[in-house]
Design a protein around this ligand. Structure first.
Ligand SMILES: *Cc1c(COP(=O)(O)O)cnc(C)c1O
Ligand code: SF4
Length: 348
């Protein structure tokens, strides 16, 4: 199947899931009506049974509708958006949102209240406005294409956007954030790699969360990207009952290194509405990072970070920044101390 055929054959309704597994689709309907559902055939085939680490990442769960007081825009991104497609929170780097959709909707997504909705859609005109903003912001050296998933755009569109960014003299490097190597490795075609190879230095951060995602197809996709000269990194989110285990994380980090992908960040879960059932206490995250030392090459140990909701920026979870744990997490950021919930909210 080509990548477009994979997308066209994706699972998008609870009824389709019930056709494969002995489950009741009824409770899932309300969740799928609130947050989009899309599972590519490739990713679907990785599910072994309901409730396993792949299932938990992609199948709607009632926990998403639990009443919580978490914000919809968990990173206060809108406060740092000079134009709708740009998030400019650090002086030297900025995000450019180019696609509002993904090849699979992660149930824990920080932007789950916006991705895949009609409102989260970036027209050509809006992307042009973003590129113009970046071309007039000489302090921006590093532009990160994100969304949604930028690789959902067609090759021609990507080529056009990358070419225009590449021509901006003060933009020294471009990054792409994409989960395609995980959920739709077929998207990483030789043709796409030929296009990408023209925009060095080009970094691509992908998003593997579990060793079972490290398939032959994904390894081949990463090899094509690396052979095209891209520098590959991985951002993992620490997720309850998915990867909150030192053994799982060791296997993931070792497997990524074998695939020429460097573990970059281990993200403490953001505070986005509908994700509280995925929270892992920071104590556990610290144990997992400690468990990697001695077991994984230093090259393969990601930095454990939290991105507080006020837009303070990412903070490494290290002793000097951790002022308190327990029921509430207290973190020292560049803009003062922030407090975050530190316990999973169990769903009734
Ligand atoms: C994470 C992030 C970046 C990139 O941060 P790095 O630490 O350089 O990878 C840039 N802008 C925003 C808004 C971010 O959230
Ligand atoms: S691929 Fe990224 S942006 Fe898309 S749903 Fe998953 S976490 Fe969110």
């Amino acid at each position: 199947m080509t990548w477009k055929q994979q997308l066209a054959n994706s699972i998008t309704t609870p009824e389709q899931l019930a056709g494969h597994f002995d489950i009741d689709p009824e409770p899932m309907r309300a969740v799928a009506a609130r947050y989009p559902l899309l599972i590519t055939p490739h990713y679907f085939n990785l599910i072994e049974k309901p409730g396993d680490p792949i299932w938990r990442q992609c199948v709607p769960d009632l926990g998403e509708l639990a009443v919580d007081d978490l914000p919809e825009d968990s990173l206060n991104e809108q406060a740092f958006a000079p134009v709708p497609t740009v998030v400019h929170r650090y002086p030297d780097r900025a995000l450019l949102m180019v696609s509002g959709q993904c090849a699979g909707y992660c149930r824990f997504c920080t932007r789950k209240n916006r991705v895949g909705t009609r409102a989260f859609c970036f027209s050509r005109a809006k992307i042009d406005e973003g590129i113009t903003y970046l071309s007039e912001a000489p302090e921006v050296r590093d532009v990160i294409l994100t969304g949604g998933d930028p690789l959902l755009l067609n090759d021609d569109r990507l080529d056009d956007i990358l070419s225009r960014l590449y021509r901006i003299p003060h933009v020294e490097m471009i990054r792409i954030g994409s989960r395609m190597p995980v959920t739709l490795p077929h998207r990483i075609t030789p043709q796409l790699c030929r296009i990408l190879s023209r925009f060095q230095p080009l970094y691509l951060n992908t998003h593997f969360n579990h060793p079972r995602e490290l398939t032959i197809e994904s390894a081949a996709a990463c090899a094509r990207l690396a052979d095209a000269g891209l520098v590959l990194g991985n951002q993992t989110v620490l997720l309850n009952d998915v990867n909150d285990d030192p053994g799982v994380m060791i296997e993931l980090c070792r497997g990524l290194l074998k695939m020429r992908v460097r573990p970059y960040y281990l993200h403490h879960l953001d505070q986005a509405r509908g994700t509280a059932h995925f929270r892992v206490p920071v104590e556990r995250g610290l144990e997992i990072i400690a468990g990697l030392r001695g077991q994984v090459s230093g090259l393969g140990i990601p930095q454990y970070v939290v991105d507080p909701p006020g837009g303070e920026g990412k903070v490494p979870l290290q002793p000097e920044n951790l002022l308190g744990m327990g029921g509430i997490l207290r973190v020292q950021t560049a803009r003062g101390v922030v407090e975050l919930p530190n316990r999973r909210r169990d769903v009734v």
